[in-house]
Design a protein around this ligand. Structure first.
Ligand code: SAM
Length: 284
């Protein structure tokens, strides 16, 4: 998180630093939970694509009394957090499922969440494709990890085929909602699918999704073809109306001096680190 003008412009960015969250995304999970009570009765949870770890912080603080097992996975190393087991792994790799299951001692999870987003290339079709693969990998892990009745939340970008996605998810969960927390900018296509009540399909083995991303989507489409109707997910804007608007600009409080706050957690593996090492070793 940088300093200066952005601190003043984006209230959630500023508030995250003030309240000790590693990223402003913390408010998205908090607002989703206050709308859907996602943390109720949760004792095993998986946070996918979790770095730098603000969702894991929210989980750790909210589930401290339940002494829940929280497993957080990311390609990037996640700096240690109390009560959180961190795993540096690729969610698209099949070994990640085995490693998470080991950490739960073979027990199923109550809640799986994913805030996954790839590094954007600027090539729109490629970015959309990678984002879709990330979502499918998160869903694959969720269907292999969740207990019946468990919940799954994932970031989506509302694009062309989003209604097909809702239909496919409606085959696996009792209730599917598209939610937009107030802390997610209205100007962004970002939203979250909130899938409640996992309902494994009789005779269907979720491990079959583990093959490859391409067979995965065609298999989901085959399940879809068996049902004629298409599902429409209700759209819910969540967060209290008195919450800050992510797209608004707020004046500084009267009489309060503007102080730039340091980041709560410095990046563990910034892209410039390799360049600095190369320079130090005389390779640049
Ligand atoms: N929820 C996080 C938080 O609150 O701090 C922020 C997540 S950030 C928006 C998206 C994350 O997705 C990045 O940390 C990135 O490394 C991770 N990611 C992207 N592709 C991944 C993959 N294939 N496996 C694991 N993590 C991945």
């Amino acid at each position: 998180m940088g300093k200066c003008s952005k601190d003043k412009r984006d209230l959630y960015y500023r508030k995250a630093k003030e309240q000790g969250w590693r990223a402003r995304s913390a408010f998205k999970l908090l607002q989703l939970d206050s709308q859907f009570q996602l943390f109720e009765g949760v004792s095993r949870v998986v946070d996918l694509c979790a770095a730098p770890g603000s969702w894991s912080q929210v989980l750790s603080r909210s589930l401290a009394k339940e002494s829940a097992t929280i497993v957080s996975v990311d390609l990037q190393p996640i700096a240690p957090l109390p009560g959180v087991i961190t795993l540096q792994a690729d969610i698209t790799h099949p070994s990640t499922l085995t490693n998470i299951l080991k950490l739960f001692g073979g027990e199923p999870a109550d809640f799986v969440c994913s805030d996954g987003a790839p590094d954007v290339t600027g090539l729109h079709d490629l970015d959309e494709y990678i984002q879709a693969q990330l979502l499918l990998s998160a869903l694959t892990l969720a269907t292999n990890l969740l207990r019946p009745g468990g919940n799954f939340v994932a970031k989506i970008f509302r694009g062309r085929d989003v209604d097909l996605l809702y239909s496919q998810l409606a085959l696996l969960f009792d209730k599917v909602t598209c939610a937009k927390p107030r802390s997610s900018r209205a100007s962004s296509l970002e939203a979250f699918i909130v899938c409640q009540g996992y309902r494994p399909r009789p005779g269907w083995n979720p491990e079959s999704l583990l093959l490859t991303p391409s067979t995965m989507s065609s298999r989901l489409t085959k399940i879809q073809d068996q049902r004629e109707e298409r599902a429409v997910a209700p759209f819910v804007a969540c967060g209290d109306l008195s919450d800050y608007d992510a797209d608004a600009t707020y004046p500084l409080e009267a009489g309060v001096a503007s102080i730039s706050l340091d980041p709560v957690q410095k990046p563990t593996a910034p892209p410039y680190k390799t360049a600095l090492e190369k320079k130090r070793n005389g390779l640049l």
